[in-house]
Design a protein around this ligand. Structure first.
Ligand SMILES: CC(=O)CC(=O)SCCNC(=O)CCNC(=O)[C@H](O)C(C)(C)COP(=O)(O)OP(=O)(O)OC[C@H]1O[C@@H](n2cnc3c(N)ncnc32)[C@H](O)[C@@H]1OP(=O)(O)O
Ligand SMILES: NC(=O)C1=CN([C@@H]2O[C@H](COP(=O)(O)OP(=O)(O)OC[C@H]3O[C@@H](n4cnc5c(N)ncnc54)[C@H](OP(=O)(O)O)[C@@H]3O)[C@@H](O)[C@H]2O)C=CC1
Length: 293
């Protein structure tokens, strides 16, 4: 039998962290959610509350289950509040220094048997693990966005991740009702190694004037049956996250085919990060997103 996981800590209450917290609480686990300040935690909990409310109004969840799910969630105002977690999943900004500092703080507080996981989209699990006191109990658990809706979770073993940790995480992912794929620890793993160069190419297609935002997205939704066009998806993921992933691919493989499109760099420099900042390839200030090029 694998190591039991009853209490889960989530660090980072943004779009991924609050989605992970929701699905873990809905699966019956006790979940503590932490972020840099209380307002961020409250915003994450409020996003979950609204989604659970919609599930009830769509008759996909009973009112009793909604209440029980929400009661299993609590705010962790400090890292100390995560001390008794069996598993902590870090879902903070895609920045290696930020993540490494979080793991240093966590290691000082957690039980020695607790599993540490990162939801990183691209960074080396092996290198993040090597900076902790427990590389054998460190693993990548890469959820897809939007977490409550997407069926896949990529599990990424670092070079030191032991079998007991892998088995506990495999069972955890199964208990959430998700399907797991196993990826070796190479830059951006499987999904983003394939998906992000496609998004980067869509930005290059826009940059070169081959098509407008609308024509590129329409081409790929109607022409390739993608649920979202690549520029809508880039805005949805966050252009900062897309750029970070392209940089990890470019640095990690040293292959010019992964060069981030200069237009993507310019948008991030402008603070146009997509849906979360109100503007990316679309402007989200009105009722409907409006293409910006
Ligand atoms: C970057 C990385 O590291 C890895 C990644 O995650 S890459 C990104 C992977 N994700 C994708 O590729 C998503 C592609 N898009 C889609 O699959 C679909 O457009 C979608 C599922 C997001 C929305 O589907 P849709 O039918 O157009 O929209 P809609 O009917 O409004 O919503 C469908 C469901 O998604 C949910 N949803 C939509 N946006 C959501 C969000 N931001 N957060 C949570 N749930 C969301 C809705 O609540 C709704 O749920 P129910 O069916 O339970 O009511
Ligand atoms: N977006 C996506 O589609 C996907 C993203 N991921 C990965 O998930 C992670 C989170 O991404 P996402 O949710 O989109 O990002 P968001 O920007 O929505 O959320 C990140 C959250 O982490 C907070 N944060 C930053 N530093 C710290 C810290 N030191 N301690 C605690 N919290 C902190 C941020 O606060 P503040 O804003 O104040 O800095 C923010 O609230 C990234 O590693 C990303 O690559 C994985 C799959 C899909």
């Amino acid at each position: 039998m694998s190591q039991a996981i009853h209490t889960v800590g989530v660090v980072g209450a943004g779009q991924m962290g609050n989605g992970i917290a929701q699905v873990a609480a809905a699966a019956g686990l006790s979940v503590r959610i932490h972020d840099v300040d209380h307002a961020r935690i409250e915003a994450g909990l409020s996003a979950i509350d609204q989604r659970l409310g919609r599930l009830v109004s769509n008759e996909r969840m009973s009112e009793d289950d909604r209440k029980a799910t929400f009661e299993r969630l609590s705010a962790a105002n400090t890292i100390d509040d995560l001390a008794d977690a069996d598993l902590v999943i870090e879902a903070a900004t895609e920045n290696e220094k930020v993540k490494a500092a979080i793991f240093t703080d966590l290691c000082a507080k957690l039980n020695k048997d607790a599993i540490l996981a990162t939801n990183t989209s691209s960074l080396s699990i092996t290198r993040l693990a090597a900076g902790t006191d427990r590389p054998e109990r460190f693993v990548g658990i890469h959820f897809m966005n939007p977490v409550p809706k997407m069926k896949l979770v990529e599990v990424v073993r670092g070079i030191a991740t032991d079998d007991a940790t892998f088995e506990a995480v495999r069972d955890f992912v199964g208990a959430l009702g998700k399907t797991m794929t196993l990826s070796e620890d190479f830059p951006a793993f499987i999904v983003n190694r394939i998906l992000l160069p496609m998004i980067n190419e869509a930005v290059a297609t826009l940059h070169e004037g081959v098509g407008s935002v609308e024509s590129i997205d329409t081409a790929m939704t109607l022409g390739a049956n993608h649920p979202m066009g690549p520029l809508t998806l880039a805005d949805f993921i966050g252009l900062d996250t897309c750029l970070s992933i392209m940089r990890v691919l470019h640095d990690g493989f040293g292959d010019p085919k992964y060069r981030p499109c200069p237009l993507l760099v310019k948008y991030v420099d402008a603070g146009w990060l997509g849906k979360k900042s109100g503007r990316g390839f679309y402007d989200y200030s009105g009722e409907k997103p409006v293409p910006t090029r």
